[in-house]
Every structure is written in structure tokens, then in C-alpha cells.
Design a protein around this ligand. Structure first.
Ligand SMILES: [Zn+2]
Length: 441
């Protein structure tokens, strides 16, 4: 082989090489042009009758929202409509950011007639594969109902949640954006009460970790197998995690930029988790004003998961009281359901909107419940720079309802339009989904 020094020394081979290179260059330009055309073809203009600002609790009338390549690129009264843009008419609707459920379990569905309502039996009767398949239906219904992001806090067998996230991200199935916890890290026994001849029944559902070294290792393994948040069960056994234990897990997760959520019912254990550096207390059923104040001071979210009255009539009044106290004190709250039930005639999505009633009954205004379901949840999940409000530069996660949700939050039970990352999944109350074409290698 020789190397040309100047153009005059070109051989026939060089000329052919140059031609080939020129053709390659032209083809790549053509490919670039085609891909740009495809992106342009996906531009969407939404004519929005009313755009809800969930942070300020205000409404702007007669707006246009331009969505390009999955991102909100303009909002205003007078936007130049790009040629070929698809126009979506929501001029009679209230348009708001997609909803977020910050505590859910796609891979766990309890059916009283099958498992007697105890998910202990779920782990006996259902394989990880079966739970993932049921999870596909749960995900679809969440998206259809208006949830464009969920935090799936585990109970999914052997990492069904990681595979559900992967399948949504790769476009195999429709679903919200997922932040998932992998296996639940817990002291020996997890949330079960085992008998010594059946020690293995709680695994892989739970990841036993009884020392700080085991906690660190459990965090690492969860991340290795696809967890994007860590969930720790602090207090389901008589032996609970200390503040130092929680700090070790939080430290290990933080090295990888991952947040820790703590399942805790009681003051003492919630305090260990808060002082250990977690971002949220899940459930927090029995928290005193003192701990709710501590959470406010340290910006730790309460994800109350308070069931509607018919699900837990005995505890309901105490739960409503705890919501009211948290709201009065100013503890940051995010919407999370902990929904795992199946009921005939419902979907996971519709059931997940029943929890709104608990907050209304506790006297929380609709405008704050909407914050809990959008901007607050996005902040808790660490995605506030990406989602949770309608703003230029953020992901186009957009839903529409008929009535003003700032005045009556139950209007979100009538979501008739759903866009996630710029893709329209529901329009005119009709859910549709096409496997998106993937351009590239
Ligand atoms: Zn839960």
C-alpha cells in the first residue's frame, strides 16, 4: 500500500476510494436528511383550551404547545406551526403534566379468590415470568389512566420489575417511564413470618441483609440487576435497622447516584431512616407531629399510601388524621398508592386513582393533591429537571381532562388524552399503541 503525498500522485485505486467515500458521504447525508424529516414528521402542535401550571396553581387559556422529538419546544399563544406538524385539538380541555404514582407494584397483583389476599401465597403460586406478564397489563392500564411515570418499589419476584422497565424502554410494550427498586432489602425474614423448615420462601421476594456490609452488597447487587432506586424495609421485624445501618445503605446507593426510599410505620424507625439520609418515608402510618416536622425540616417526602375507607375501615380515621397533620405541618407529600389488588370491573390504573378520596377527606385542597401527583413526585424521584411540569425543554408527558383539576382533582379520573415522551397513546378516549419504528443500527 502506498500513501498519496499530493493529488497528482493519485492512482486509479485512490480515485475509486474517493468515489466510494463520496458515495458513503452522500448516503449518510441522505440518511441524516431522512431522519430529520422523520423527526419533523413527528412534530405535534397541541391546541390547548386551558394549560394548568401545577406549581403556581394557575391556568393559561388558549395556548399552543409544540412538541418536537419528545420534548416540549414551545408554549404560547402564537407559535409558528412547522410544516407537516400534526395538530391535536384539545381546545375544550384542561391540559396538564402526566400523573406520577410514586409507590406502586406492577409485578404484584393480589386476587382474593386465588391467594386469599396474602402475597405470601403470591410468591408460592406465581413465577417471576407470570408476574411480569400480569405487570404488562398493569403498566398499560396505568398509562391509559394518565400515569406517565411510576416508581415501582419492588415485590416482583426475581427482578420482574427490571425487565418490565427494559421492555418499556425498548418499545416492546406500552407503559409509563419506570423507576424501579429491584428486590426489597430487609432484615432477615423480610415482611414474612417464616417457619424454620421453609426458610427459602421469602427469597427472592426479599433480599435479606443484616449487617452494614450486607446492606452495601445488597444495594450493589440490586443496581447490577437493574434497580434505579433502592427500597428498604425498616421495621417489619422486631429487629430494625439503625440510623447507622440506613446511612450505610444511603451512602452506597449515593455513590451510584441512586436514592433510597424507606418503608417505615413508626416514629423510631422512621427517624433512623430520616437521619440516615433517605428521600422518603413510605406509609409512615403512625407518625407523630414531631417526626412529620423533622421530615419537613430535612425535606424528606411522606408517601402516605393511605387506602380508601372501604379498604381499611378500622384504621381509616387515624390515617386521615395523619394526612391532615402532615398537610398542616407542611411535610412534603407525594402521591403513592401501594395498590396491589385486583377487583372485577376495575384496572390497576382506575384503582390507583381511588386514593385521591383519602386526601380530599383529610381536607387537602385539589391544587395540592395535583402537586403531589406531578411536581412533588417528580422532585422525590429526582426527575424534576425532566418531568412533572409543562415547560419548554422538558419531556412531553401531557394528559388532558374535561374539568379544571385545580378546583376538582377527581377530574383526573377522566383523562381522555395521554402523550408520553411525545408519543400519543390515548386520543379521544381511545387507547392505541403501535410498536415504534426504531431508526439506527
Ligand atoms: Zn408497597
Amino acid at each position: 500500500m502506498h500513501t498519496p503525498i499530493c493529488p497528482t500522485s493519485f492512482t486509479a485505486d485512490d480515485t475509486i476510494n474517493r468515489l466510494v467515500n463520496l458515495m458513503k458521504h452522500s448516503l449518510s447525508l441522505l440518511a441524516l436528511f431522512l431522519s430529520v424529516s422523520l423527526v419533523n414528521a413527528q412534530d405535534v402542535i397541541i391546541r390547548a383550551g386551558h394549560v394548568v401550571d401545577v406549581e403556581l396553581s394557575t391556568v393559561q387559556d388558549d395556548q399552543m404547545i409544540l412538541v418536537s422529538d419528545g420534548i416540549i419546544t414551545a408554549i404560547g399563544t402564537d407559535i409558528d406551526i412547522p410544516s407537516g406538524a400534526r395538530i391535536v385539538d384539545l381546545s375544550d380541555s384542561y391540559v396538564l403534566p402526566g400523573l406520577i404514582d410514586a409507590h406502586t407494584h406492577m409485578g404484584l397483583t393480589r386476587q382474593a379468590r386465588r391467594d386469599f389476599g396474602a402475597y405470601y401465597f403470591t410468591t408460592l403460586l406465581e413465577s417471576t415470568a407470570y408476574r411480569a406478564i400480569v405487570g404488562v397489563t398493569n403498566l398499560r392500564s396505568m398509562l391509559e389512566t394518565g400515569f406517565t411515570t411510576i416508581r415501582d418499589v419492588g415485590n416482583a419476584g426475581n427482578y420482574a420489575d427490571s425487565d418490565l422497565r427494559r421492555a418499556v424502554e425498548e418499545g416492546w410494550i406500552p407503559g409509563p417511564k419506570i423507576i424501579n427498586s429491584g428486590r426489597l432489602i430487609a432484615p432477615y425474614g423480610g415482611q414474612f413470618h417464616l417457619q424454620p423448615e421453609r426458610k427459602d420462601l421469602a427469597e427472592p421476594e426479599y433480599f435479606f441483609a443484616d449487617t452494614q456490609e450486607e446492606l452495601r452488597k445488597a444495594v450493589r447487587q440490586n443496581v447490577h440487576y437493574g434497580a434505579t432506586v433502592i427500597k428498604i424495609i425498616v421495621d417489619n421485624q422486631p429487629y430494625v435497622y439503625s440510623e447507622e445501618d440506613m446511612a450505610a445503605a444511603v451512602d452506597e446507593a449515593a455513590r451510584m447516584g441512586i436514592r433510597v426510599a424507606a418503608h417505615a410505620y413508626w416514629d423510631e424507625t422512621a427517624k433512623n431512616a430520616i437521619m440516615g439520609g433517605v428521600v422518603s418515608i413510605e406509609h409512615g402510618t403512625n407518625l407523630s407531629d414531631e417526626i412529620l416536622q423533622l421530615m419537613k425540616d430535612r425535606n424528606v417526602y411522606l408517601v402516605g399510601t393511605d387506602f380508601p375507607r372501604e379498604r381499611s375501615p378500622r384504621e381509616y380515621d387515624a390515617r386521615i388524621d395523619r394526612i391532615a397533620r402532615a398537610y398542616r405541618i407542611g411535610t412534603p407529600m407525594a402521591y403513592g398508592t401501594d395498590e396491589t389488588w385486583y377487583r372485577d370491573g376495575t384496572t390497576r390504573g382506575s384503582l390507583s386513582l381511588e386514593y385521591i378520596d383519602s386526601y380530599l377527606e383529610a381536607g387537602v385542597p385539589s391544587s395540592y393533591i395535583l402537586k403531589m401527583m406531578t411536581v412533588n413526585a417528580a422532585d422525590l424521584l429526582g426527575i424534576a429537571d425532566e418531568r412533572g411540569v409543562l415547560r419548554v425543554g422538558l419531556a412531553a408527558d401531557i394528559v388532558a381532562v374535561n374539568e379544571n383539576p385545580l378546583e376538582d382533582i377527581t377530574s383526573v379520573r377522566g383523562v381522555h388524552f395521554v402523550m408520553r415522551d411525545g408519543v400519543i397513546y390515548k386520543e379521544d378516549n381511545h387507547f392505541h399503541w403501535d410498536i415504534p419504528m426504531v431508526i439506527g443500527d
